[in-house]
Design a protein around this ligand. Structure first.
Ligand SMILES: [Zn+2]
Ligand SMILES: [Zn+2]
Length: 398
């Protein structure tokens, strides 16, 4: 939505007024700092730490409690340590109330039951909300093909038991669906690294801990070490830097942020930190986590013949990303590096989603988090549940 109007960094929203004017910030009376009236809501619940679910917390009135999982709180606080606070992302002074699976929360006359779900960031939750008019289920972002599908199973079974009046479900993957799993991703990555003669450059989302673990496992299996550039969210460095298979890559830059300096100081004496010249000398022993913005490191690195690049995130999905991707491909072409794409989505696939919705059997289904709500409605039209396509800022009564 924001991308339809803005092109950062040169055209960014200057104040909340712009975001409200364009309907990017939803109109919910009294919940925002700049809104004087009393809030229409008693609390805010965050399902997980991805920014499409948490960024605009910066605008929330600080007297409103914000409920989220322990891990989400860690992620958001770490993010605010590594980024400079800006208009659209700041969690300073927020009154976080952290929950865990199985701990019910009462807000006014509602009872909210958070359930862990499998997603591409740790600490993701779905909610079963008990109201005087029956239960309402919210899936959050979820899948059943990641590293912990049993969590999603548990959520679906409990949602079914609640005999819900409504389920608000994500329906992201209605086009471009695939059949794969995190386990399959790991085995594909393994077959690439096993055959590579030079360095393996790997790009993956910094908060995707499942993927980090997949890379870590194949690094160990192939007697390489995984070199993580200093870009990780603090508190999410799983596996620990203390492990012998894990090294820290010091980027070739002159100024480091505070959290980077702290990490460097902590591990300096332990032979854990490698610069690009040291990496260049032992390319066969290394998987180097990089991003497009690190391409200039390739000049001192000089990748050996037989090196390769693995994109382990979703493919570029907008114009700016495509332009950056073309630039990346130019770099790789210059050094003779083939590109592999090995990834699995953080979102449930259509047939699996339909099966889960059939099992939960809510009276009504509200698809959200999708560009294909109409397609979704057609796909599930034989279920007993009635599908409602939602409109922005419209109220729905149960
Ligand atoms: Zn997400
Ligand atoms: Zn999302």
């Amino acid at each position: 939505m924001k991308k339809q109007f803005y092109s950062p960094p040169f055209l960014s929203p200057k104040s909340e007024k712009s975001l409200q004017e364009l309907g990017i910030l939803p109109k919910i009376i009294g919940v925002y700092k700049f809104d004087r009236g009393p809030p229409e809501v008693d609390a805010v619940f965050i399902s997980h730490g991805h920014l499409d679910h948490s960024a605009y917390l910066s605008f929330i009135k600080r007297e409103l409690p914000v409920y989220c999982g322990e891990t989400t709180r860690t992620i958001l606080q770490a993010l605010s340590d590594v980024r400079r606070p800006n208009l659209e992302f700041s969690v300073s002074d927020i009154e976080f109330k952290a929950f865990r699976t199985g701990k019910k929360i009462s807000v006014d006359n509602l009872e909210i039951d958070p359930f862990h779900v499998d997603h591409s960031v740790p600490g993701a939750y779905g909610f079963i909300i008990h109201t005087s008019n029956g239960a309402v289920v919210y899936t959050g972002d979820f899948r059943d093909h990641g590293a912990k599908p049993e969590m999603t199973r548990d959520f679906v079974e409990n949602a079914k038991k609640a005999k819900p009046t409504a389920i608000v479900t994500e329906a992201t993957n209605m086009t471009g669906a695939t059949v794969s799993s995190e386990a399959e991703v790991e085995s594909k990555l393994n077959s690439i690294v096993a055959g590579a003669d030079g360095i393996m450059l790997a790009e993956f989302a910094s908060s995707d801990v499942d993927r980090l673990n997949s890379f870590f496992h194949i690094a160990k299996k192939n007697k390489r070490c995984l070199l993580e550039a200093l870009r990780k969210d603090k508190g999410l460095t799983v596996p620990a830097f203390d492990d012998e298979g894990m090294m820290i890559f010091r980027k070739s830059k002159k100024r480091f942020d505070k959290w980077e300096k702290q990490l460097i100081e902590q591990y300096e004496g332990e032979n854990k930190i490698f610069d690009v010249f040291e990496v260049s000398k032992q390319q066969c022993n290394v998987i180097l986590a990089v991003s497009f913005y690190d391409c200039d490191e390739l000049v001192p690195l000089q990748p050996a013949a037989g090196s390769c690049y693995v994109l382990s995130t979703s493919e570029p999905f907008n114009e700016e990303m495509e332009i950056d991707y073309e630039r990346l491909v130019n770099w790789l072409r210059h050094y003779g590096l083939p590109q592999y794409h090995v990834h699995v989505s953080g979102h449930i696939m259509p047939l699996r989603l339909k099966k889960a919705l059939k099992e939960v059997n809510a009276k009504r289904i509200f698809p959200v988090h999708t560009e294909s709500a109409g397609l979704f409605a057609g796909f599930v039209r034989d279920l007993k549940s009635q599908v409602t396509l939602v409109e922005k800022c419209k109220e729905y009564t149960l």
